[in-house]
Write a protein that binds this ligand. Structure first.
Ligand SMILES: Nc1ccn([C@@H]2O[C@H](COP(=O)(O)OP(=O)(O)OP(=O)(O)O)[C@@H](O)[C@H]2O)c(=O)n1
Length: 417
């Protein structure tokens, strides 16, 4: 049985065990939606009339992941199932952990608290669906519609506005008129949402199937202008197809593409990503790519092999290879004034021909230069190693101890005549 099917079946077994103990239980939320859409399932959520302590008594391996919110994680083999007591919440600071929760008796009441109709379908162990808000119909019509009044749903949790845009982009659905009006009228409420949560939604949008659509909806809604911390420059206008995004497989490259298309320099890229609370590794990776572009932009002379190689040595082979990948996907990102006949493809060949990219790879060490030249140690060592590295990287000098030493000696002698 394929793994997806196996997880689903296992979820049904968990629900059946709850039923056998006299409770009601359904598979709910994203897993039902994704299964109906034929998409890959992530995690299986189960809603039940059983109280958390009853769930805990029933399964041998359980983790009380969110008892005040009625959630217990049931572990079976490698899989984890989130089992949550039917509930109704009135106030949120986090979708997984609403601030105020009341347990309810009826699955329909539980479904009524959910954000969108396509997320408010319950799947019973007998295969019958409980779908009081027309979620299946909306899946067919390809519409993102709120459960009940959009204003109320977004009022409860403003992050839902971003979720709505994410689902519309990811599934290539339309946002229904009332939900769209709700976004326009409630968008100031995004200010209340922690930037981590905004960042995580944006990240999913970019990593998904249709980043262009997500960016277009974000721009037309004006939503991001209302985030707690202001993000500058604003998102770029991106027309045309999704093809460029699909050439960029890692989400870091997609972030770099967005920011370069928006015209961000490295300080602005750094600022955006920090505000969204991304890891410092990611911030550094993206801003190095922006810094490399800045370095090429600033070049007063047309960019030739030497200038390009100097840029690669300064910002690293990885940033250079990433820059090339982004410029191939989105040619307007590369604003460099290349020497005649040169462009990003030639730069890629040069990059691959480089025989060393860091001083560590050189066949000579600083202390050897000190002994060879009889000079006192100082900042000249790293300057000299970098000069030798550039010559090696340009294939003007062999990366062999003898050749490197001879060149260092010649240079030192030339300087002293
Ligand atoms: N702000 C939120 C977050 C979640 N939900 C409900 O809780 C379910 C599970 O939420 P979550 O796991 O965050 O999202 P999924 O819908 O499963 O989608 P994805 O996994 O793609 O984020 C959703 O389907 C929805 O019914 C909600 O009503 N409001």
């Amino acid at each position: 049985m394929p793994r997806q099917e196996a997880i689903w079946e296992e979820g049904i077994r968990v629900a059946s065990a709850l039923e056998a103990a006299g409770h009601e239980a359904y598979l709910v939320g994203g897993c039902v939606r994704d299964r109906l859409l034929g998409r890959e399932l992530h995690d299986i959520d189960i809603a039940t009339s059983a109280l958390p302590e009853q769930v805990m008594a029933l399964f041998p391996k359980v983790v009380p992941t969110g008892l005040p919110h009625g959630t217990v994680t049931v572990l079976i083999g490698e899989s984890a199932f989130e089992v949550t007591t039917f509930r109704h919440e009135t106030s949120y600071s986090d979708s997984r952990h609403p601030d105020e929760v009341a347990f309810v008796r009826d699955v329909k009441e539980d479904l009524a608290r959910r954000d969108f109709t396509v997320n408010a379908i319950a799947y019973g162990t007998n295969g019958v669906m409980i779908d009081p808000f027309g979620g299946q119909e909306d899946l067919k019509r390809r519409i993102v519609r709120c459960v009940g009044a959009a204003g109320e749903r977004f009022g409860e949790d403003a992050l839902r506005m971003l979720r709505g845009i994410r689902f519309a982009a990811e599934f290539d659905f339309e946002i229904d008129e009332e939900a769209w009006r709700g976004i326009l009228s409630q968008r100031e409420r995004l200010q209340r949402i922690a930037m981590e949560r905004v960042g995580s939604e944006l990240d999913k949008m970019l990593a998904g199937l249709h980043p262009s659509k997500a960016i277009r909806l974000l721009r037309t809604s004006g939503l991001l202008a209302h985030a707690k911390e202001s993000l500058y420059p604003p998102l770029p206008a991106i027309e045309g197809t999704e093809a460029g995004w699909h050439r960029l497989d890692r989400v870091e490259l997609r972030w770099a593409a967005v920011l370069l298309l928006a015209g961000a320099d490295s300080a602005q890229a750094d600022d955006w990503l920090r505000k969204l609370k991304f890891s410092s590794r990611r911030v550094a990776e993206v801003s190095a790519i922006a810094a490399l572009r800045g370095y090429l932009d600033e070049s007063r002379k047309p960019i030739d092999r030497e200038r390009w190689t100097a840029a690669v040595l300064r910002y690293g082979v990885k940033s250079a290879a990433d820059y090339i990948a982004i410029a191939r996907a989105f040619p307007s990102v590369d604003r460099s004034q290349w020497d005649s006949g040169v462009g990003i493809e030639r730069a890629d060949v040069w990059l691959r021909e480089m025989s060393a990219a860091t001083v560590k790879e050189l066949a000579v060490r600083g202390d050897e230069l000190v002994r060879l030249l009889g000079r006192e140690a100082g900042p000249w060592i790293s300057e000299e190693l970098n000069r030798l590295l550039l010559l090696v990287a340009l294939n003007k000098l062999k990366n062999e101890a003898q050749a490197l030493k001879a060149e260092a000696k010649r240079h030192w002698t030339d300087q002293n005549v």
